[in-house]
Design a protein around this ligand. Structure first.
Ligand SMILES: Nc1ncnc2c1ncn2[C@@H]1O[C@H](COP(=O)(O)OP(=O)(O)OP(=O)(O)O)[C@@H](O)[C@H]1O
Ligand SMILES: [Mg+2]
Length: 387
């Protein structure tokens, strides 16, 4: 049988559509190599983020379409990724950082730091270069949650002294908590917060980063405003909890980001339901178990091994999704309450690193993929098309 030709391979690859950009991968310029030698086809597909949630699907589709061509005996599809920078005006600080993303909320204690740390680790797991900046000068939690402490090293860069971010779980982080003794109360006035944020961007040797996540302090005060005004943020991720009051507070944060023209990448609902799993000894598949929680009863069905799994909505659920729908933002996902998320935070062992198979970690890993996807969609610019 005659060997396939390169045009036929490229034509077949036009059948692979990027679901976010709604175009085929050849038109989008994602096919950066297409070589045909006899019956062997070598293709490289270069995506816009290593955290692409549909990477495996696109890979499988491309492989199947090429394999179906007459004369093809051997197919190698390599997936690579290159995070494209923001299309906005160039910045005067932190030029090597492609995207700066604020993790924010209106209300305190909803899980901003937990989400920031886990998203940073989740993105790093995909191979992205990730930084995490703790902007909570009053209550910096990043050192504890990353399991890091002590003064950062200093280096000279072009005659200037810079702080070296501390690295763990593949994430480079910086926090005021590394610089000051623990348990020392910090009283900050507005202008000090302002200069702190700028210094953390200009005086830290971040190096090249695909994503810098910024863990914001609670409220909609000085640090948020100064960060949003001084640095072109690619966007903000808003964290809320299911309670209506938190959803109300988050609307204040939405107004603030709108005022400073920072796009909202989406909303995360944290502490959304509590997952209960169990095993009934000798339980028969299909048998039901009645669970009583407070005044609420729920009925679960056993699987073939006598196991059950259900989610109890302790504080209600769905507020984040409604809020996202109301404002027309993407809903990024729900993270259930999980005691191991909290202990992981206290011990510097983020759940996405220590137990990536747990429901809470799966949710956080998926949310990280969606955040990367939203960023890619926003900053996408066509590469030269291979023909
Ligand atoms: N999904 C979760 N399941 C269980 N515990 C959680 C979850 N998310 C956060 N927590 C816990 O809730 C507490 C508050 O979370 P966190 O410190 O991340 O919130 P925050 O919004 O950053 O707070 P602050 O506004 O004070 O900065 C922490 O003890 C954390 O471990
Ligand atoms: Mg916090």
């Amino acid at each position: 049988m005659a060997a396939p030709n390169r045009d036929a391979v490229l034509q077949a690859l036009r059948g692979v559509i990027d679901p976010d950009l709604n175009q085929d991968i050849v038109t989008l310029g994602f096919v950066t190599k297409c070589e045909v030698k006899g019956g062997r086809v070598d293709v490289v597909i270069n995506l816009t983020t290593p955290a692409c949630p549909v990477k495996d699907k696109l890979h499988a589709q491309a492989e199947a379409l090429i394999r179906a061509l007459p004369g093809v005996t051997d197919v190698h599809v390599e997936m690579t990724a290159e995070v494209r920078g923001s299309s906005g005006p160039p910045r005067d600080v932190a030029k090597e950082i492609r995207h700066i993303v604020a993790i924010s909320s209106g209300k305190g204690g909803v899980g901003k730091s937990t989400v920031s740390v886990n998203l940073a680790c989740a993105l790093a797991r995909t191979g992205a270069k990730v930084g995490l900046l703790d902007c909570d000068v009053h209550g910096p939690d990043v050192p504890m949650m990353m399991g890091l402490e002590g003064q950062p090293e200093q280096i000279q860069v072009d005659g200037a002294t810079k702080l070296v971010p501390k690295e763990r779980h593949g994430v480079r982080s910086m926090s005021i908590g590394y610089l000051l003794p623990a348990a020392e109360p910090i009283i900050w006035r507005g202008p000090m917060v302002h200069s702190f944020v700028r210094q953390m961007l200009s005086d830290v040797a971040w190096g090249p980063l695909d994503y810098l996540l910024v863990d914001m302090p609670p409220g909609t005060g000085d640090a948020q405003l100064s960060l949003a005004q001084q640095v072109p943020l690619t966007g903000a991720v808003l964290v809320t909890t299911p309670q209506a009051v938190a959803a109300y507070d988050v609307t204040k944060a939405i107004s603030m980001f709108r005022k400073v023209e920072v796009p909202i990448l989406g909303i995360v609902e944290n502490m959304s339901g509590y997952v209960i799993e169990g095993l009934v000894g000798g339980g028969v598949a299909g048998a039901t178990v009645r669970l009583m929680m407070g005044g609420t009863e729920s009925v679960v069905t056993l699987d073939a091994e006598g196991r059950f799994r259900t989610v109890v909505d302790l504080f209600g659920r769905g507020g984040g999704k409604k809020l996202a729908q109301f404002h027309g933002f993407p809903f990024l996902g729900e993270v259930p309450i999980d005691p191991d998320v909290r202990t992981g935070g206290d011990l510097g062992a983020p759940i996405v690193v220590t137990a990536p198979e747990r429901a809470s970690a799966v949710a956080l890993l998926e949310i990280a993929g969606r955040v990367a996807q939203r960023i890619a969609v926003r900053s996408f610019a066509s590469l030269p098309i291979l023909d």
